[in-house]
Ligand binder design. Structure first.
Ligand code: 13P
Ligand code: SF4
Length: 304
């Protein structure tokens, strides 16, 4: 079937199943094009929980579908590609976190939403790339352990007085962006404003004009008076940036910033998932309830 036909078929199935199609900002353009909602992982799950849809089709990676299920236990959550994982989420396990906690009694654990439900369940509070600083500041603690992204933790450390203990994980897509890439991009597009994601290395962040989550970048570039931007994040975001700002120019900081897991989902996978109502992502109830505490604590932190 051709792209347009498949897109039409999917929209029809979505209606039949009383479903909602969510696409992360890094998904393929042809999927973002037909999504009911696009955005960052947490924003999407929160919005999905607020709808009347009985089925959530999550075009993203496994931890995102789990988060949707944690917040919407009575909805069916479909992840069209069960093999779409996140290497950063795999850099920490619940047993490994329990061992580290035993070495750090009384130290609260702040966990990035890019983790499994089991790891969230072992954590005191979650954070996203957008609210990490506010979450750490909301804890009345001298020391916190932040997992699993060492780059996000180092970024947060610049803005908080508490000592942040690192977990040695990272997003290998953002971590491979180097200062050299930014310097070369600046040479090529000297007028452009540089915006990067806090999952990037500190020496990369030092060369930027703004540091934002994916949704934060969309807001920043829309509001900015500048007309050219160098973007340091997974290149799927360029689709939304260009669609929302047709008069502005967006350049990739590095062409190699492509997350293979985020690109696994294709239109035909979405159609098959809706036809067969499979694969479904669920979270065991005991794990879900504990993970929900950490997610809800984060949601209770004032946003501004
Ligand atoms: P955000 O969209 O929350 O900024 O997340 C970035 C990311 O790497 C998701 O996999
Ligand atoms: Fe995981 Fe990085 Fe891919 Fe996001 S971009 S899913 S953090 S590997």
């Amino acid at each position: 079937m051709e792209t347009k036909e498949l897109q039409k078929r999917i929209r029809g199935l979505i209606k039949e199943r009383n479903a909602i199609l969510l696409a992360h900002n890094y998904q393929r353009a042809e999927i973002q094009e037909i999504a009911d909602l696009t955005g960052d992982s947490l924003g999407l799950s929160i919005q999905a929980a607020e709808t009347d849809a009985e089925v959530i089709v999550f075009c993203g990676v496994h931890f995102m579908a789990e988060t949707a299920s944690i917040l919407s236990p009575h909805k069916t959550v479909l992840l069209p590609r069960m093999d779409a994982g996140c290497p950063m989420a795999d850099m920490i396990t619940a047993p490994a976190l329990r061992r580290r906690k035993a070495e750090l009694p009384g130290v609260p654990v702040v966990t990035y939403v890019n983790t499994t439900a089991e790891v969230k369940a072992e954590s005191d509070i979650c954070c996203t790339s957008a609210n990490a600083v506010k979450v750490v500041n909301s804890l009345d603690a001298d020391r916190v352990l932040m997992t699993p992204d060492r780059n996000l933790a180092r970024y947060a450390q610049r803005h908080v007085s508490a000592e942040i203990l690192l977990w040695d994980g990272c997003c290998n897509i953002h971590d491979k962006l180097r200062a050299d890439h930014i310097l070369r991009a600046k040479e090529r597009w000297p007028e452009a404003v540089v915006v990067a994601h806090p999952e990037c290395r500190p020496e990369v962040l030092d060369l930027t004009d703004a540091i934002r989550s994916t949704s934060g970048m969309l807001g920043f570039c829309k509001e900015s008076k500048a007309t050219q931007f160098i973007i340091g994040t997974e290149n799927g975001l360029l689709y939304q940036l260009r669609t929302q700002n047709p008069d502005k120019k967006f350049y990739q900081a590095s062409r190699s910033m492509v997350c293979p897991n985020m690109k696994l989902t294709r239109l035909r996978d979405v159609a098959v998932a809706l036809e067969t109502m499979d694969p479904v992502v669920t979270v065991p109830e005991d794990v879900r309830l504990k993970a929900l505490v950490a997610v809800n604590r984060m949601l209770a932190v004032p946003r501004d």
